[in-house]
Design a protein around this ligand. Structure first.
Ligand code: AMP
Length: 432
């Protein structure tokens, strides 16, 4: 294909009109459920100081090391297009005095995010997420409730075969010891690790656990598992989360290799998948995660706030939309066009504009084709879009101050006075 003069950036997609219905539906379900669970919506800017992410997300993470879109502004500030939502929300929470509100503070968001990744199916450079954050609750029930909210949203969207993968990565009491144990284990087997994992061994040993390289799998299989090394508090917390999930019958499975990429997590972490029936549940070619999250008890303090526990997560909307299409999920048709106005000549056009205004006030959906002059072409279009009635205002009708109402199914026509047409259509639609 000939290269166009301008094209969208690799990995940055236009969301075309035909896909808007999916985004709209996701938004409707998310906002309804957020409202039910008592979350308030927050919108933070797309640009933030780059330091916010290096401090919160962590310097050794893929996001910060490889995936940030950053640039220096004319005044010398170093800014980043937000790669994830939580740091900006916690910044806003601290900045706007929300620490003084009664807790927990429950917030949700919906918007675009940016990561410089290799574009491929399900992985883009601009994508959208919705997410939930609960600040100020340390109980395990909140972790389970966040998972329940995501699960309910995806269920409400009629997605099938959902499963939660879950793990605990401990806290500052038990994780350092576990990391040391893991480092010792892998250091003794360094030659069996892939190049990337040898680097991880120095910088972020936990990330070796979620390496997908074939070479690393046998070494990983015998590595010490964090669940065997949690401190009492973390062990109890995790046990409770699982009990709550059992209680509400949310399907989950433990994944000892789940670490999530970010530095700020403590205790519970989770990811959500939809495993198609065709796939073996343990297949390595598991589909991409729909979402993920976890507890982050230290982040508020790290970003300059009080010592405040928190928990949250986010779901990728493009992946949800792609699954809605793959699973052939249909939504109820939106308010369809009931009436088509066909007209000839300027006087008729003026009358059409007036009629449209009247129908809008009555909440009756109307269409027209002002660009077409032939009545036949206009009625063809009325047929194609499935209008129940066409209103025909030709030159004669304009002069007589009348309108022809045509029943598009039977082809029957009758003439009414212009002033009566709104009432008449209302009556006809009611009886349909
Ligand atoms: P994360 O916190 O990185 O696990 O992201 C949460 C969710 O956002 C993922 O499970 C994906 O559904 C979605 N997501 C993350 N990165 C991308 C991307 N580059 N393109 C599309 N969706 C993404």
């Amino acid at each position: 294909m000939k290269k166009l003069k301008f094209q969208s950036q690799a990995g940055m997609n236009d969301i075309l009109p035909e896909d808007q219905k999916y985004f709209k539906k996701v938004y409707e379900v998310v906002s309804e459920i957020a409202d039910f669970y008592g979350f308030s919506k927050i919108e933070t800017p797309i640009l933030e100081n780059a330091d916010l992410f290096t401090t919160a997300t962590g310097t050794a993470t893929d996001i910060v090391k490889k995936q940030m879109y950053s640039f220096r502004t004319k005044s010398g500030d170093f800014l980043t297009l937000r790669p994830e939502g939580t740091p900006g929300i916690i910044r806003a929470y601290i900045e706007h005095g929300m620490q003084n509100l009664p807790h927990p503070v429950k917030l949700w968001y919906f918007g675009p995010f940016f990561r410089y990744e290799r574009p491929q199916s399900g992985r883009y450079r601009q994508f959208h997420q919705f997410g939930f954050e609960v600040i100020g609750e340390k109980g395990a029930v909140v972790d389970a409730q966040i998972i329940q909210i995501f699960y309910n949203i995806l269920k409400e969207l009629k997605l099938k075969s959902l499963i939660i993968e879950i793990n605990s990565i401990g806290d500052s009491q038990c994780r350092p010891y576990y990391k040391k144990l893991l480092s010792n284990y892998f250091r003794n087997r360094e030659s069996s690790l892939c190049v990337e994992c040898r680097r991880r061994l120095k910088e972020n040993v936990l990330r070796i656990l979620d390496c997908k390289e074939e070479k690393c799998q046998p070494v990983k299989a015998d590595a010490p598992q964090i669940l065997d090394h949690l401190c009492e508090e973390c062990r109890l917390h995790f046990k409770e989360v699982l009990e709550f999930l059992d209680e509400v019958e949310i399907p989950y499975r433990l994944n000892p290799y789940l670490v999530r990429g970010l530095d700020y997590y403590t205790k519970t972490i989770f990811e959500i998948f939809s495993i198609s029936e065709k796939q073996d549940q343990d297949s390595k070619e598991k589909e991409l995660a729909l979402g993920g999250g976890g507890r982050y008890d230290k982040l508020v303090k790290i970003l300059g706030g009080k010592d405040m526990p928190a928990s949250g997560g986010a779901v990728g909307i493009e992946r949800v939309v792609s699954l809605l299409k793959n699973q052939d999920v249909r939504f109820k048709e939106e308010n369809k066009v009931s009436v088509f106005i066909a007209q000839l000549g300027n006087l008729a056009k003026r009358k059409s504009l007036k009629l449209m205004d009247g129908f809008r006030k009555m909440n009756i959906k109307v269409a027209e084709s002002f660009g077409k002059d032939s009545l036949k072409a206009q009625l063809n279009r009325a047929d194609r879009i499935g209008a129940k009635y066409s209103l025909i205002i030709g030159q004669q009708e304009s002069l007589d101050n009348t309108v022809i109402i045509r029943d598009m199914k039977t082809g029957k026509q009758n003439i009414v006075k212009f002033e009566k047409v709104l009432e008449e259509i209302k009556r006809l639609l009611k009886n349909k």
